[in-house]
Design a protein around this ligand. Structure first.
Ligand code: SF4
Length: 150
């Protein structure tokens, strides 16, 4: 993963000029902890990533997949909705969907599924009125729970 020095090296004055305020200080605090506890380099360890405030399995798994190249599934609300509408999994929460996908989805797709399904869920298989009539996977989809669509 990237080194935390980059965040700490940015001068306060310049940053505050650009009004990033609280968010920058959160990042600075994060960078300080990474330097102090991990010598500036976060390990590819889900338990470590989840120990940071505000980091859940979705973000941790995304980082581990992209930055570390390790097979983890990141399930956001889009991956959860789409895979359940397909009928590929039957799960009530993103956490349950993640566990179900870990059982069923071949590992070669674990990293890519978020990158592929997040935009698909934002633009085609949307929360309200999914665009089923224009959907490229309509023939393979069970449309579970879909009561109305374009
Ligand atoms: S057919 Fe409809 S419900 Fe199924 S994936 Fe496509 S947009 Fe989503």
């Amino acid at each position: 993963m990237g080194h935390a020095d980059g965040v700490l090296g940015v001068g306060d004055a310049g940053v505050e000029e650009h009004a990033v305020g609280a968010e920058f200080h959160d990042h600075r605090h994060l960078a300080q902890r990474i330097l102090a506890e991990f010598d500036g380099e976060l390990p590819c360890d889900p338990a470590v990533l989840i120990s940071f405030q505000g980091v859940g399995p979705k973000c941790a798994h995304l980082a581990l997949g992209i930055a570390c190249g390790e097979a983890y599934i990141s399930v956001d609300i889009h991956v959860h909705r789409v895979t359940n509408r397909w009928g590929y999994v039957q799960a009530k929460t993103p956490e349950q969907t993640m566990a179900a996908l870990e059982e069923k989805l071949p590992q070669g797709y674990w990293i890519d599924i978020n990158r592929l399904l997040a935009p698909f869920g934002k633009h085609i298989c949307t929360g309200k009125l999914p665009k089923c009539s224009a959907c490229p996977v309509l023939a393979m989809c069970q449309q579970v729970g879909v009561k109305a669509h374009w």
